[in-house]
Design a binder for this molecule. Structure first.
Ligand code: ZN
Length: 387
């Protein structure tokens, strides 16, 4: 059966990807007043319905639904989620961001690469599976809000489960089997306000923050010396934002620093918080006037899939067969929705077409790789869902 699969033609890819790029779906949480995912969700839903899938729109935020489409299996096989986000970042700096321009193998436009190319691959693959038939269900989740708070995929894992998932963020047809996580922390140092001429009364919260920053640097060096993760290397930490003081002639009573920590598998919110707390405690032991409050206020876990998972080997086999050489397995640096799916107990890999320019003024996707990716996803879905 697999031999009868058909690779989407250049025209089919161009038609679909151009339509997707033409629909402004800038995330309104990133750019206030932006279009959001309503129109693109309706387009994706209609397209999938015409391809024969069972489709529903699921409201996540006002006017910003997820699309959930199901290729119903004939029964008995494992189920697979194909996940792509419908939102994009803003289009500042691009001349005509929603006008697709084709040059050779490249289709230019906002969101073409991140990740309407991956979304098109998923849609074409679902249509391929629909035509060929499958034992297990293939579930398309076209999700909103990945570029901000991942509300879309969060809603998916709250209501749907499956035996595996593929997130089609652009990987250039490589298999991404791990990515870093991140934590945002804030440290607030407390001093004592006093007239600048009375040093015996004042405690300088800004210079106390200087000691914290010294610890951040030292921790960064310690992290880079730790045993590196096989695909991701070491975790890291840096200061991002700092604020303190009210005027020149006063001792500042307060200074706040926001710190970002990039994490690798094995590191947890608790371990990340603890390694910072130990350092603040040691500053306090050395100087009783030192006082600081630590808060880990956002945690996005790192992602890693066991290379022995069935979905990894089935995808690897389909890729080598259709690309003609083994797909590179690698770890990526940015956080993705894969972490949410994986931590919900769904073995997940990231695999999508190539191009360049994510979040940049000039962005393009490879038309050929969208077609190839769709075919690889179709074959992977059919083999995986056959059980
Ligand atoms: Zn993306």
């Amino acid at each position: 059966m697999a031999d009868k699969l058909h690779r989407p033609s250049r025209e089919e890819v161009l038609d679909l990807l151009s339509e997707l790029v033409r629909i402004d779906s800038v995330n309104p949480s990133l750019v206030p007043g932006a279009a959001g995912e309503g129109q693109i969700a309706r387009f994706v839903a209609r397209w999938l319905e015409e391809a024969g899938l069972e489709v529903r729109l699921e409201a996540v935020a006002p006017g910003r639904p997820n699309v959930v489409g199901r290729v119903p299996g004939s029964g008995g096989g494992p189920s697979l989620i194909l996940n792509a986000h419908t939102d994009t970042v803003g289009a500042v700096g691009a001349k005509r961001p929603f006008e697709p321009i084709v040059e050779g193998d490249r289709l230019y436009g906002r969101g073409s690469y991140d990740m309407k190319a991956g979304l098109a691959s998923v849609m074409l693959a679902a249509r391929g599976v629909m035509r060929a038939g499958s034992s297990g269900d293939v579930i398309v989740t076209a999700v909103m809000d990945e570029e901000y708070a991942s509300l879309g995929t969060q809603a998916v894992v709250d209501s749907i489960t499956a035996d595996a998932a593929i997130v089609t963020e652009p990987t250039g047809l490589r298999i991404c089997a791990a990515h870093k996580g991140f934590a945002w922390l804030s440290v607030e140092t407390h001093g004592r306000a006093a007239h600048g001429s009375k040093p015996e009364l004042g405690v300088d919260a800004i210079s106390h923050m200087g000691r914290v920053l010294g610890q951040v640097e030292e921790l960064g060096r310690e992290l880079s010396g730790r045993e590196p993760h096989r695909l991701l290397g070491a975790g890291s930490i840096h200061a991002s934002l700092i604020q303190g003081g009210t005027e020149l002639s006063s001792y500042p009573d307060r200074c706040v620093c926001q710190i970002e920590r990039r994490t690798v598998p094995g590191e947890t919110a608790a371990s990340v918080e603890a390694e910072m707390r130990v350092r603040l405690d040691s500053l306090r032991e050395r100087d009783p006037t030192f006082a600081a409050k630590l808060d880990l206020y956002l945690w996005r876990g790192p992602f890693e899939v066991d290379p022995k998972e069935t979905i990894v080997s089935v995808l690897r086999d389909a890729a080598v067969e259709l690309i003609g050489h083994p797909a590179v397995v690698y770890g990526d640096t940015p956080w993705m929705d894969a972490a949410l799916l994986q931590s919900a107990g769904i073995p997940t890999v990231v695999f999508g077409p190539g191009g360049a320019g994510a979040h940049a003024a000039v962005e393009y996707a490879s038309i050929r790789e969208v077609a190839l990716c769709a075919e690889i996803l179709t074959r992977t879905a059919m083999n995986f869902c056959a059980g």
